[in-house]
Each structure stands twice: as C-alpha cells, then as structure tokens.
Design a protein around this ligand. Structure first.
Ligand code: 3PG
Ligand code: CO
Length: 547
C-alpha cells in the first residue's frame, strides 16, 4: 500500500486539517435556514476569501439507491474516508431482497429454522422509510417471506422514528401497517406488534453515549416490562397527549392482552435486528450476543438465534450472524496514511466520535497503526441538545489546538456535531445558537492552523441545520392557516461547502473547475495531494490541480 510521492504537489509545510461541520449544508433559500440566520462572521469571511466549491452529499453521489435519498453521516463519512463511492446498506439490502439472495443465505435459513422449531421470530428495528438506518419495505419483505416459509409466529418491536422522517409521522406508518398485518394474519400465521418506543428513548444509543437507553429497550422488548397498552396506536396517542413530545422521544411501551405481554423474547426464539446501519445497532447487538456483558444488568440472557441485517463492525465481527454482506470498503485514506508513516489525529465528542473514526475508516472500530494514530473522544452531555446547543465544540477545539501546536501530527480531522445534533431537535433558535457557537471555535482554530503553516479543509457530511422547517413538494416552506411552520428534524438533500483555507499568499495549487458534479468522495484524493502524494488510481479525482 505504498503511495507514490507526487511530482505535481509538494507537501504543505504544516498539517492538513479536515474540519467536518456535521449537518451544515447550503440551502437555496433563506426561510428556515439556521446556517444563514446565524451570525457567523468567521465562516462568512472564510467562504468569501478562500477558494470554495459545493460538494454533493446525498443520493447516488454517496451510494444511496436514488437521488431522492438524503445524505447521512454514515454514507458521508464513508465517502470522505474512502475516496470512492460504495453501494451502501440501503441499496445492498434492497438488491439482496429483490434478487432473493437474502433468503438463500445461512443467516436467514438459521433464523427461519429456529422459528420453525417452535420459537417466535422477532423483528426489531427502526420503523420508517427514512432509509438511513432501515426501511419498512425490508421489514415487510421479511415478514411475508417468513410466512411463505412456514413460520407460525412473528412479533414486531418497532422503534418510532421522527428523526429521519417527519417529526410526528409515527401513525402514518403504524396505522397502515396494522391494516397490512390484518391482511397477513391467518389460522397458521400469528403476527403482531409486541413493543416499541421512540428511537432516542430506547434501544438505539450509539458510541456508548447512554447505555441506559439500551437497558430500557431491553426491558421493553425482551422482558416485556413497561407500561402496557392494547396497541401501538393507543400508546402513541396516550404519550403524545400526556407528554407533548415528538416521535423520537416517545417512551417505551409493551403491547399486552389481559396483562400478558404479547411478545417477550425467550429461549428458542429468533431475533432479527433489521437496521442496516451500524452505529446505533452495535450496543443492542452486543446485549443479545455477548456471553459476558457488563454495561447493564440484563438478567438471564435468552438463548436466541440473533441476526443483524448486516455485520455492523468489520473489526470485532459483530454480530457474527448477519443477513447481507456490508459494503466492502477497503483501502481508506486512513489506512494508506498509516501504512505510509503519516501521523494522524482524529477528534470529536461522543455523539460523533465513531463518525470520524469508525465510519471514516470504512466501518472498522480499530486503528491501523497504534503508534501513528491518536483518537480523542470528548464525552458528550447527556441532555436534549436544544438545551446545550454549543455542545462540546469549545472542548474539542481546546484539544485540537493543543494537538496542532504539539507538531506531532501531519493529518488531523475533526467532526463538530452541532449543526446536526441540534438540527435534529427541530428547534430553530437552538440551531442558530449551535452555528454561532461553532463559528467562535472556527475563529480560534483557523489562525492556529495557519500559524503552523497548515491547510484547513472545511466541509460537512450532509445538510441538516440548513433546513429547519418542513417544505412542500415544490421546495417552499409549508405554513398552516395561522402562518405557523412545522419543524423539520431530518437531514436535507442540499450540497455542502468545501472551503480550502491556507496561509500562503500564492499557493501552488488551485481548485479545479472542470469536475461536473464533485462530491464528498473527491476529498480523500485532495488530502493526499496536499500531503504530497498521488492518490491511488481508483480514487475519485482530487479537487485541486497545480496552479
Ligand atoms: C441519527 O442516527 O441520529 C440520524 O438517523 C442520522 O443522523 P447522522 O447520520 O447525522 O448520524
Ligand atoms: Co444527523
């Protein structure tokens, strides 16, 4: 994996620093755009005075099935880190179902075999068509196939979304789904929703930010312990009336009849966790598969046949049984740099720590070379982020500045979570504050990079804070009769900035203007060029050429 020294580009004298402003896209409109509404003098100055272009960060440009699919952090960081576009989980699963390949795999056959020996087949996952972590069509295809193959009893554990889809859209999925289940149910096919809850309250924690979420999910899905309701519809309506929270924050619920939970998970059952994306699938998968397990008290571990939709971590091989091969992301820029002796530093706060390490490195949790790589995680607050929109951007900047000044690292990368995590709350004012907090940090960071003779690449993995209000089909902000907007919590289809900041008066390179539709996958070759290397042949082209 030797990289050729470039004859066209000499290495920058100081470090190259990639700054990912998570969830900060460029919207074509002003209305509802917290990025534009915020006072961000530093970002404005950088965008006005340094070479800048826009990069595609959604749809096919990041390996999603279609250009209607918004970007997300997994596919965005994969593309940035790998320098190429790989068909991603959403696409691979849809194809595996369409071709029938999924049903031929060992994992599916073992799951069905367990259920046919008298166990219940449980499907657990995010319940929407957001296509970021999962898709409801995949779930339906599996339920239908299970019925065809003679499985007698199926139970569904549904995590309500409101984060990758409309913030209060749960019933738009639940009601038609119940009708769909009525159509499938028969004397020899018993199917029902057994439990559920909001995805930010139970089960789908990531990067060990808050294991208590997973514990609450475990109690609800596995033990059937929690507040009981006759149906998911009733649970959602009751909680909404009582608490006034949006879908992602709805508490867990257990569906019960005569006080008996409809679908506890017990010895002999099979469990399919049907999310394809890994970050929020890892903790619950560990809870189901690890013999010795410390993060919370599980009680007796039921002996189940557990399968993930994909293998979520290529280094730890978790979970061992999975339905669809994950994208074969190889030879990432992190690996090339490690194998060519370039020292690297990666930093973020907990909520995005794995984005800038695990996703960046092609869904591998380990390092390539311990001696050359330093990964730093600043613990995130465990609070609703609209209450702390600055999050940990100042602490991250403190550490990053120290790392740059140490002179130890040639390549550094950082993810600032603010635009995305606060964008997901749907709170416009908080998102504006998030952007302003971030700008103060850029104003501290950029001069330090330039003093060190370095170059900063400012970009993002996808949009979010750039659209805080729901849009109609024509792309205009929707308003009700009283002129009120509806909060939008999900990502956007907008491109993201790419700003190339250097202290040199006359850099020996310039941005290319001949690439038809540059995207996130063009960043890796650019970084390698700035470090004085030619990019591997099959990497997508660099964004720079010699001046
Ligand atoms: C989440 O998991 O928080 C959202 O579904 C997607 O957000 P991310 O892709 O920015 O992490
Ligand atoms: Co996000």
């Amino acid at each position: 994996m030797k990289l050729a020294k470039s004859s066209r580009f000499s290495p920058t004298s100081g470090p190259v620093v990639t700054i990912v402003l998570d969830g900060v896209g460029i919207s074509p409109r002003e209305d509802g755009d917290a990025v534009k509404a915020a006072r961000t003098p530093m970002l404005d100055k950088l965008m006005a005075n340094f070479p800048m272009t826009k990069l595609l960060a959604h749809g096919k440009a990041v390996g999603m099935p279609s250009d209607e699919d918004m970007g997300n952090s997994e596919v965005g960081h994969n593309a940035i880190g790998a320098g190429r576009v790989f068909a991603q989980g959403a696409k691979l699963v849809a194809e595996s179902i369409a071709s029938g390949h999924l049903w031929q795999g060992h994992a599916w056959q073992e799951v069905v075999a367990a259920a046919k020996q008298g166990g219940t087949l449980h499907f657990l996952g995010l319940f929407s068509d957001g296509n970021v972590h999962s898709h409801i069509d995949h779930l339906k295809a599996m339920i239908e196939r299970a019925k065809q193959e003679g499985v007698g009893k199926v139970r569904l554990h549904i995590l309500l979304d409101g984060r990758d889809v409309g913030e209060t859209s749960a019933l738009d999925y639940v009601d038609p789904f119940e009708a769909y289940l009525d159509g499938l149910r028969s004397a020899d096919f018993d199917v029902a929703v057994a439990s559920g809850g909001g995805r930010m309250k139970i089960t789908m924690d990531r990067y060990e930010a808050d294991w208590s979420m997973v514990q609450r999910g475990w109690d609800i899905h596995v033990k059937g312990e929690g507040r009981q309701f006759a149906s998911a519809h009733e649970a959602i309506e009751t909680y909404r009336n009582e608490l006034g929270v949006i879908d992602q924050d709805l508490p867990g619920f257990v569906i019960a009849k005569d006080g008996q939970p409809l679908g506890k998970i017990v010895d002999g059952d099979a469990v399919v966790f049907y999310n394809f994306r890994g970050d929020r699938a890892i903790e619950i998968s560990r809870a189901f598969t690890e013999e010795t397990f410390c993060p919370f008290h599980r009680g007796a571990l039921p002996k189940v046949t557990y399968a993930g939709m994909m293998q979520y971590d290529g280094d730890t091989k978790l979970p061992p049984r999975f339905l669809v091969e994950p994208p074969a992301i190889d030879r990432t820029m992190g690996e090339y740099l490690a194998k060519n002796g370039v020292s690297q530093y990666a930093i973020s706060e907990t909520q995005k720590y794995g984005h800038v390490t695990y996703f960046w490195n092609g869904n591998r949790s380990g390092k390539f070379d311990d001696a050359l790589e330093t990964y730093v995680e600043i613990p995130s607050d465990v609070v609703p982020f609209e209450q702390r929109p600055w999050m940990k951007c100042a602490e991250i900047t403190d550490a990053l500045i120290a790392a740059i000044r140490s002179g130890q690292y040639k390549y550094l990368r950082v993810n600032y979570a603010n635009g995305d995590m606060v964008g997901h709350t749907g709170n416009f004012e908080a998102a504006v504050t998030a952007m302003q907090g971030l700008d103060l940090q850029l104003a501290r960071l950029i001069p330090v990079i330039l003093e060190a003779g370095g170059v900063a690449l400012i970009t993002a993995d996808h949009g979010n804070a750039d659209e805080m209000y729901e849009l109609d089909k024509k792309g205009n902000v929707t308003r009700d009769a009283e002129g009120r907007t509806k909060a939008k919590t999900s990502h956007t289809l907008n491109p993201v900035p790419f700003v190339l900041v250097s202290g040199e008066a006359d850099p020996a390179y310039k941005l290319r203007d001949d690439l038809a539709a540059p995207g996130l996958s063009n960043i890796a070759a650019t970084v390698l060029n700035l470090l004085g290397y030619e990019a591997p042949q099959d990497y997508d082209p660099s964004l720079i050429v010699p001046a």
